[in-house]
Every structure is written in C-alpha cells, then in structure tokens.
Ligand binder design. Sequence first.
Ligand SMILES: [Zn+2]
Ligand SMILES: [Zn+2]
Length: 277
Amino acid sequence: MDFHNYPSSGWFEGYNTKKKAIQYALPGVWGFMAVTGIDSGASDSRQRRDVGSGNSYAPWQALLDAVGLVLFVLGVSWMLVGAMKSQNSFPLWAIPLLVVSALLAADLISGIVHFLADNFGNPETPVFGRLFIFPFREHHVDPLAITRHSFLEINGASCLVSLPLVGLALWATDTEQNALLRLWLFCFLLAVLATNQIHKWAHMARPPFIVRLLQRARLILPPQVHAIHHTPPHDCNYCITTGWLNYPVAKMRIVRARIAGLRGRSPKPHVMGAQRF
Ligand SMILES: [Zn+2]
Ligand SMILES: [Zn+2]
C-alpha cells in the first residue's frame, strides 16, 4: 500500500498508534510465547504417563528446528522493526482488523493443509508423505503424542516452513511503502507459528490459565471443537488455529467426492497409512 497516495485524506492523519503498538507487540508476543509455550505440558501428569511410547526427536532435527526458530524470530522481528521506522501511521481500528484477518488466513490454511494431508496420498508419498501426511495421520492414532513434544519440536517445523515466506516478505515489501502489508504479514506469520502450539493446547488436560481463557472466548481453537475431528471418521473440523472456518473448509468434501468419482472410487473411512479413496 502506498501511503503517499493518501497524504491529505485523513485516513491516517492525526494518528501515531503504530509505534506504540509495535513497542508493546514485540516483547509482548515473544513473552507470551515463552510464558505459555515453553514446556508447558511437562507438568501434566496425563502426558507424563505416555512418555517413551515412541516419540523420537533426533538431535539433527532439534538443531534444524532451533536454527529455523532463530531465523524466524529474527526475520519477523526485522519485519516489525522495519515497519516501525516508517513515517506513516494508521488508525487504531486497523490493528484488530489486521489481527482478525491474519487469524482467518492462518485458520484457512491450517484447515486446507490438514484436509489434504488427511485425504490424499499416504505416508510413503515422496517428500509430502513424511513432512505432512505422516504427522497428521499419526496424530489420529495417538492424539496425546503432541502434548509430549517440546516447545522446539512443536514450533520448529512451523518456523522452517514459514522461512521462505519471511524471506519473500522482507525482499518484496518496502518498509516505507508497504508498512501496513508488512504488519499484516507479521500477524499472519505469528498466527501460522502459533497454530501447532494452539493445537497442542487443545489436547492438553491443563493448559496455562490464560490459554484456557482464550479457548473459552473462542479466540483460539477450543478443545471441544477440535475433539469432534478426533471422532471417527475424522472428517470435519479440520481447522486448528481458531476453528472459525471449519464449516467452509468442510465443504472441500465436495471436491474430494468429485475426485473420487472421477477415479471411480468411493471415499473410505480414514485409516493410518492408507488413502481415503
Ligand atoms: Zn486429522
Ligand atoms: Zn488434534
């Protein structure tokens, strides 16, 4: 967005909320993630009983995830600080609009990726099988495994997957001309990062207090909404960021039925390792 096209429109004139928002957002976001995320499941006795039931997290994976996490944090922080340097400001109402639209976008993507991973291919599918299909289907077999994973294991993969977008956003957007777009991308990337953590919280018996409040307010995925997906045949409520877009994403079953029809097959109940149709 070219702010210089609107110098006298009054659209942003008279406001200087951006810098204040950024000053509080950056430490606030990382502080929230640290307080609520780091090993927040370790004190849950229900999860501890399951330790050792096959959760293997290789050191090379941990190292890769740590590098991804550091690069992601540096990238999005740079994005935010860059926007702070802009001489433009925006109205206060733009902030909730940015946050809500970013959450909607992340929820939609989480639902589509989850739907595709649950319904197409199998864990042996090249590249995507190991990266996406296996984790989603294993999660149906052992839903509590996610609660035994560390903060790094939960969030490292999200950071690695998001890095190309972080790089693209920094390369393609300009601090001055695209300040609002950069802020939206910052919110979107944080929502994408938070998705796995939010999914973990939806499975925890005792998530942190502030998380329970957010779940009750339906600002993040509530456990009871996600529990429906874990009821056979695992064919609805695919969205795992907020769950707001579960209904439209479930309509993708129409697309699946079409494809199944073209293949001359009918959808089968979900089975770990098998294609649905
Ligand atoms: Zn699933
Ligand atoms: Zn789940």
